[in-house]
Design a protein around this ligand. Structure first.
Ligand code: HEC
Ligand code: HEC
Length: 174
């Protein structure tokens, strides 16, 4: 009798694969925005020199790859690093990139701040608020999120930037 032996490893591999995907997506469902524990020191030193150290889970892998391969022309500035550091940081970003449904979409310009989820979460913020001297840009997460460097964006870690008028405070108060 012929055994269906060749099928078995494949079926097993498929099952393992599905299980891995399931556990990954459930882990990302609540931990996706958090900063991983193993942040390379080069990330904190180099990628938080000009702005918040963005948690890798906020962009999909393809976006991080474009950011890391275009550092010489980085949103109007030069953020070049040596090749070894670029490789190390890109590997880490790829390993922890956002994979869950909404973050999986590559936003325009590979900007977190242009993601559909970002715009929805901030829809109550008045356009003038982003331009306050105390904020300057939506990319400046830490102006309003005191836990931004640890990837904590919930309502317990919010602050009002200086200069907010009463009307603009709405987004903070509900
Ligand atoms: C020399 C300063 C500088 C360094 C160093 C730097 N950046 Fe930036 N980065 C910027 C500027 C400026 C912007 C645009 C900010 C804005 O639009 O307000 C930006 C924007 C970004 C954005 C898009 C933010 C958004 O709008 O959602 C990402 C992602 C990003 N940087 C990642 C990195 C990573 C990763 C590194 C380290 C490899 C890095 N940056 C290092 C200056 C820098
Ligand atoms: C001008 C202030 C401001 C800036 C800058 C800002 N946010 Fe927010 N963010 C808020 C406010 C206020 C809320 C709550 C909005 C609400 O509940 O309607 C919020 C909500 C969020 C939420 C949803 C939290 C939850 O528990 O649902 C996330 C995620 C988030 N912001 C991420 C970011 C990231 C990432 C950046 C930077 C790239 C950023 N924000 C920049 C003010 C800001």
């Amino acid at each position: 009798m012929k055994k269906p032996a060749p099928l078995r490893p494949a079926a097993l591999a498929a099952a393992v694969c599905v299980l891995t995907l399931l556990s990954l997506s459930s882990a990302h469902a609540d931990g996706g925005r958090a900063m991983p524990r193993n942040v390379p020191s080069a990330y904190t030193q180099e990628c938080a020199a000009c702005h918040t150290a963005y948690p890798p889970g906020l962009l999909p892998a393809a976006s991080w790859n474009r950011v890391m391969t275009g550092l010489d022309k980085h949103y109007g500035t030069d953020a070049s690093l040596d090749a070894a550091t670029v490789r190390q940081l890109n590997q880490w970003l790829q390993a922890h990139a956002g994979t869950y449904k909404r973050v999986n979409e590559e936003p325009p310009e590979d900007r977190i701040t242009r993601s559909a989820w970002f715009e929805r979460k901030h829809r109550k913020i008045e356009p003038a608020t982003w331009k306050l001297a105390s904020v300057k840009s939506a990319a400046n997460c830490a102006a309003c999120h005191t836990g931004a460097d640890q990837g904590q964006f919930d309502e317990h870690n919010l602050r009002m930037p200086a200069g907010l008028d009463v009307r603009s405070r709405r987004a903070w108060n509900d």
